[in-house]
Write a new protein. Sequence first.
Length: 126
Amino acid sequence: MSAAIPAIPPAALDALRQRAIGDLPPIAEIRPLLQSFHAEMREAFFRGLPAADVVHTRAQAIDTLMGALWTLCGLADTEATLLAVGGYGRGELHPYSDVDISILVPAGFPESARSQVEGFIRYYGT
């Protein structure tokens, strides 16, 4: 029998989604959430969760989190596009893998929105 598939707690994601645009939580609130999720994934793997489920579940969880943060940075309604690339882009995020992204913006992208992209990058790189 396979182990249950862990998830980032829905209540934590809901709390993140309910924040106002521009009201990013301190990174100190996000790190423990991810650390707990990764620890649960590791335990589930050692209880029998197939490796394919681990890498796909990790990618889905990071997708959800990145989407919420993208929205909080005020970028959801802009012409900027957030792309997952590499293994993450294939939906296969291995433990300890980097979360590789690309951000595309069109020519003539407004300076005000450009600063929002820069804020996302600074937050993401923290």
